[in-house]
Design a protein around this ligand. Structure first.
Ligand code: MOS
Length: 728
């Protein structure tokens, strides 16, 4: 189905199942341990062996020798595969760092060997018996040191690396009120609960990988390239993930070494990353150094916005896109955004939890707070004054829907913003300095082709099959709600099967595009199934009404399941987008409000309460959407207060590579969270009229916390995380 105009009224608009708060249909499986994650697929195939990865002990250089004999002789060991025995595996466009093969070391903990044994413990013990000789060379591991000489990042020959509108320098220089500030965000790791894991099994020339991956179709194509075999001989199965956060968008070394080892030993091999490899072997969110300049007139109207960001990556890598939102979030006639990219020899930088906007807004929204203070304006009013309904870089293009002002007004009202002390450090309660802060939130809405197959069985059950993943987000449930609404069934008459590459390719889970696109693909397949059903009954598909298990037109009425009494009906389709999606700028918006208390003597920060007001189109399931947003707000608290990978700039590794020393918020850190969804639909997005919402919940939160701490203490810290030492 081609989506090429604003969506008309359609069966989803009835909102009998969609738009209602539903428990997760996969919840009982999860809380009873019956949902099998990749490392638990004991039933999948007999004779599984355990693989243990040895990671490189240097960050940069070459391996000159590897002594494997002691490991091979160790108890229970079946084989050891070494990177020296393979050519570097060809990489898909999604990967920057070498995954396996060859003697070159590009980053610390690169996979250099896999010990395969009868038990995990035997494999681990034997891995310690491998002796590796390296020729270590110097690397650059320090962003601050590399930043001054980092070149502009360009996307090809026509791209200067700068995105300009009007005359930024002239307008900034002439602005009566100016702000010029630098901000920094640290390297961060995804720290999902389930590490990357793959069980690989060959039958002849075909391989099955039971794995933990967000993007099945991308990864199937990537594996075909890396394993140099036809894609049709590869099957991936990833029905449940214990989190991904962007680290599982791409194929990583677990899948490659499991497949290579399983082929070599002729038995299934199961590999999971030991926890330190999640930080150093996979991807991470790269650190940024951001420079923001804002110019305004005395009434608070922005005249010039400049946002430049520097980040680092391996050679051939790409930057953290921290300036993205600044291109379009606020009005101003003169604009400059640019990114610089330094070459660093740290592990690969890549997408993590709202890449771009999350760290970018941690700078921009603090700059907005600082500017509001210079202007003597309330920060809510300042943002409202500078709202835009068009793309400021292309003013003839409108936002499809943008209700940012309502997010801010509603948030201010519900949060009790009028009780905020405007004077920083003026609200003291015992040992605590109390403050309120707010920030705007912005995250793109991406349109991606997404397919699904639906079956109507003689028992009246509708089954949806798509390679869409549920990374903890609730995909199972919203896809079931969509099919139930379309076919006029209650939720318990719908089954959803996900994550298998044998099913139609979906948009997958990433960039908060999963919900809107995968349900739209299900919608498209259901439109086809309705046509088949209507035809069976001799009805007009445009007129037939599917409700309460019945199909009705005029005085005629049939039980839906009757259409399948002679055999199952099967329909497949995908939602596809032409240029229509580009006609409008599509985004999601939020107002984030936070109250904190900072201890006057120790500098300890406690978050007292948080509120997010979200404008993200139709909310398909308010319950799972709320869970997404409060989870994201919690990530925002981590980003603001605790999360930081400590870089060893001598040896090029992240030292705090475990969940004991990489601090993420726990329940005790997060008190009261409220989420309000504006009652809006976006008919330019998909027939579902929904947009993404999960990552929006994170975008702006860090800055709202930083602004609240400033309001509490009068101390402005521009270097995240905002740890207590910076307030003493
Ligand atoms: Mo998301 S960081 O695009 O999985």
């Amino acid at each position: 189905m081609k989506f090429d105009q604003r969506a008309d009224s359609n069966p989803i608009d009835r909102l009998k199942v969609v738009g209602r708060a539903q428990d997760r249909i996969d919840g009982p499986l999860k809380v009873t341990g019956r949902a099998k994650y990749a490392y638990e697929r004991h039933e999948a195939v007999p004779g599984q062996l355990y693989g243990y990865i040895l990671g490189s002990g240097i960050a940069c250089g070459r391996i000159t020798d590897m002594a494997l004999d002691d490991a091979r002789r160790a108890s229970g060991v079946v084989d050891v595969i070494s990177t020296l025995d393979y050519e570097p595996v060809p990489l898909s466009d999604y990967n920057t760092a070498n995954l396996f093969g060859g003697d070159e070391i590009q980053h610390y903990h690169q996979a250099i060997a896999l010990v395969v044994a009868e038990t995990f413990e035997q494999a681990r013990a034997a891995a310690h018996l491998i002796r590796v000789d390296y020729n270590r060379t110097e690397g650059q591991f320090d962003l601050a040191a590399a930043a001054p000489s980092a070149p502009l990042y360009t996307n090809g020959e026509d791209d200067t690396g700068e995105n300009r509108y009007g005359d930024f320098e002239g307008a900034y220089a002439a602005s009566p009120v100016q702000l010029d500030a630098h901000y920094s965000t640290p390297d961060e790791t995804h720290a999902m609960m389930e590490p990357h894991t793959t069980l690989a099994h060959w039958e002849g020339d075909t391989v099955t990988l039971w794995t933990s991956n967000q993007m099945i179709a991308w990864s199937k194509a990537a594996l075909a390239k890396s394993l140099q075999m036809p894609a049709e001989n590869i099957r991936l199965d990833s029905p449940f993930l214990g989190g991904g956060f962007g680290a599982k968008l791409f194929v990583r070394a677990d899948a490659i070494v499991a497949a290579l080892a399983a082929k070599k030993v002729g038995r299934p091999v199961k590999v999971t990353f030991q926890r330190p490899l999640v930080a150093n072997n996979t991807t991470h969110r790269p650190a940024t150094i951001q420079h923001i300049r804002l110019g305004a007139d005395r009434d608070g109207r922005l005249l010039a916005i400049g946002h430049e960001s520097i980040s680092g990556d391996l050679p051939g890598g790409s930057p953290e896109t921290a300036v993205n939102q600044t291109e379009s979030f606020y009005a101003a006639e003169n604009r400059l955004t640019a990114m610089r990219l330094a070459v660093l020899n740290l592990p690969e930088g890549n997408a993590m939890r709202a890449p771009g906007e999350a760290p970018g807004l941690m700078a921009l929204e603090v700059a907005m707070d600082e500017m509001a203070e210079k202007l003597g304006m309330d920060p809510v009013d300042f943002r409202i004054l500078n709202d835009t309904q068009v793309d400021p870089m292309k003013p003839d293009r409108e936002y499809s829907e943008r209700h940012m002002i309502e997010c801010l007004r509603r948030g201010a009202r519900e949060f009790g913003w009028d009780k905020r002390h405007t004077e920083p450090a003026s609200q003291v309660e015992g040992d605590w300095l109390v403050g309120m802060g707010m920030a705007g939130g912005f995250r793109n809405n991406m349109l991606m082709k997404s397919g699904a197959r639906v079956r109507l069985g003689p028992d009246g059950v509708v089954t949806v099959e798509t390679d869409m993943t549920d990374i903890g987000t609730g995909s199972y449930t919203i896809i079931a709600q969509t099919a139930a609404e379309m076919m006029g069934l209650p939720l318990d008459r719908v089954k959803v099967e996900l994550g298998d590459s044998d099913y139609p390719a979906s948009a997958g889970s990433g960039g908060q595009w999963g919900a809107a696109n995968s349900t739209a693909g299900t919608y498209a397949a259901c439109v086809k199934l309705r046509e088949q059903v209507a035809q069976k009954f001799g009805l007009d598909p445009a007129e037939a009404d599917f409700t309460d298990g019945q199909v009705r037109q005029g005085k005629q009425s049939f039980a839906l399941q009757g259409a399948a009494e002679d055999g199952e009906l099967v329909a497949e389709d995908a939602i596809e987008y032409g240029d229509f999606g580009d006609k409008y700028l599509q985004s999601t918006f939020a107002g984030h409000f936070v109250q904190v208390s900072v201890n006057r003597f120790t500098g300890v920060t406690r978050i007292d309460r948080m509120l997010a007001v979200c404008d993200a189109g139709r909310i398909l399931n308010p319950k799972s959407a709320r869970s997404q947003v409060i989870g994201a707000m919690t990530m925002g608290a981590g980003a603001a207060l605790t999360e930081e990978l400590a870089v060893d700039t001598r040896f090029g590794l992240f030292i705090n590579h475990d969940l004991a020393s990489y601090e993420v918020p726990v329940h005790a850190d997060i008190p009261h969270q409220e989420v309000i969804f504006l009652d809006e639909v976006d008919s330019a997005s998909t027939p579902m009229k929904a947009k993404g919402v999960g990552e929006l919940g994170l975008c702006g939160v860090g800055a709202a916390i930083a602004n609240a701490i400033y309001n509490a203490t009068g101390i402005r810290v521009r270097d995240y995380p905002l740890t207590l030492d910076k307030y003493l």
